[in-house]
Design a protein around this ligand. Structure first.
Ligand code: AMP
Length: 424
């Protein structure tokens, strides 16, 4: 017989199996509780959007839009793209739902998968997860400092250490033309030493050269003019204040004059978190201010600031740093049943336990009590409830302490109370 074809995950994607889940759930729940308790509200946006939304926001000249987007036409011929990042969709939603009428700033957070057609390697996937936030509708430089602090605390909440904060200002549309010219002059003279991509970038988008990962380009960039010396007065004053505010915290930052981000919508403050200062390949997250995006996408002129962290890379770091992951609320009770009527009643019993927030599991298709008890002890569940024919008639239930092997019979009415006593 010919062997049947088997299937594998597409390149750059992975299954996150039960044994890995503890890391993911830990990160999801920490991000969720930290952002919620810091005054943010969660938002979900579609996994795909109009392709043009990303070209207009991230920038048509960026690697993300030019090379890495999963684009397709749907059956009606609409050009769509799987989202490569979160901000564009959230700003689209801010405008579409008239969120400018809400008290500003609007503070939103997300925990979502994103898609980029990149060369897969450790910590670089084609489907990857990020958590992040956006603060929309506030221009004050203290928002930048608060945002950076929030971002930093997001890693602290997870117990991560060894991260360095890289920060820079890339100015605004007023400073860009002058700085572009200065950069173009610098790189034009050294064109031969640039990679072929960057040679093209000189005329299209010279700022992108600063972000090139090729060694020879990075070598030239080391001595390249710095945007920070060429900021307009507004941007200069803004960045000065951001740093002054940051100086009020215990957050150590690294002024990195060549830090730019891979997305065009940023203005003024940009920042990244690197693991052990090894460079942006090891970036665990980043963000910055983007004061033109809302208006570029058709909304009123609105300042905004955002951050996103790479969850896949955080998982690798949690493992590397051997950070202990606290166990989630364990399954506390195993419901074992004997006989057809007990089987039926077990469903209502499970329902009640779950409603009372008592973790409970079972093996309802099994008939043999021994094999059910075996399953319970295999999963290290401390209590098994045993419901048989006799218990159904008497309105009772057996509570078996699995570690000590002791059994007690209690009335079904008092069951929850008895379990809660043992849960304390
Ligand atoms: P970005 O949206 O490019 O600013 O990315 C923010 C963070 O997401 C990065 O610092 C990485 O930690 C993570 N990230 C970006 N792209 C990928 C990818 N292809 N695979 C895994 N993580 C990624």
């Amino acid at each position: 017989m010919p062997r049947k074809k088997t299937y594998k995950t597409p390149r750059g994607t992975k299954d996150i199996l039960p044994e890995e889940q503890k890391y993911w759930q830990f990160i999801f729940s920490k991000a969720e509780s930290f952002y919620k308790s810091s005054g943010f509200q969660r938002i979900f946006t579609p996994v795909f959007e109009e392709e043009e939304l990303f070209a207009r926001s991230i920038g048509g000249g960026t690697d993300i839009v030019k090379k890495e987007m999963y684009t397709f036409r749907d059956k009606s011929g609409n050009r769509l793209a799987l989202r490569p990042e979160g901000t564009a969709g959230i700003i689209r939603a801010y405008i579409e739902h008239g969120m400018h009428t809400l008290p500003q700033p609007v503070k939103l957070y997300y925990i979502e998968p994103f898609f980029r057609y990149e060369r897969p390697q450790e910590g670089r996937q084609r489907q990857f997860w990020q958590f992040g936030f956006e603060i929309i509708g506030d221009c004050h430089p203290i928002i930048d400092a608060q945002g950076v602090l929030l971002a930093w605390q997001s890693y602290k909440e997870l117990g991560l250490s060894g991260l360095s904060l890289q920060i820079n200002s890339i100015g605004c549309v007023k400073c860009h033309p002058r700085f572009r010219k200065i950069l173009q002059d610098y790189y034009k003279k050294r064109k031969e030493d640039l990679c072929s991509n960057c040679r093209r970038r000189i005329s299209v988008n010279p700022l992108r050269i600063l972000d090139c990962k090729q060694k020879k380009c990075q070598k030239l960039t080391k001595n390249a003019p710095q945007i920070i010396d060429n900021l307009c007065n507004d941007c200069h004053e803004h960045f000065k204040l951001v740093l002054e505010y940051l100086d009020e915290t215990n957050l150590p930052y690294n002024l990195n004059p060549h830090l730019v981000r891979g997305l065009d919508y940023y203005t003024k403050t940009v920042f990244e978190f690197w693991y052990k200062e090894e460079g942006s390949q090891n970036a665990l997250g980043g963000g910055g201010r983007y004061d033109n995006l809302v208006s570029d996408l058709g909304g009123k002129s609105t300042c905004a600031f955002g951050f996103s962290a790479g969850i896949d890379r955080i998982v690798l770091n949690l493992k590397q740093q051997k950070i202990p992951i606290p166990r989630k609320k364990p399954v506390y009770v195993f419901v074992a049943q004997l006989g057809e009527s007990a089987k039926k009643k077990s469903l209502a019993l499970l329902e009640k336990l779950w409603q009372e927030n008592i973790g409970a599991t079972c093996a309802l298709s099994k008939d043999n009590i021994k094999s059910q008890l075996k399953q319970a002890s295999k999963q290290d569940i401390p209590i098994t409830l045993i419901l048989g024919q006799k218990e159904i008639i008497d309105g009772t239930i057996i509570i078996r302490n699995m570690r000590e092997g002791i059994q007690e019979v209690v009335s079904q009415e008092r069951l929850i109370e008895e379990l809660k006593k043992r849960l304390m």
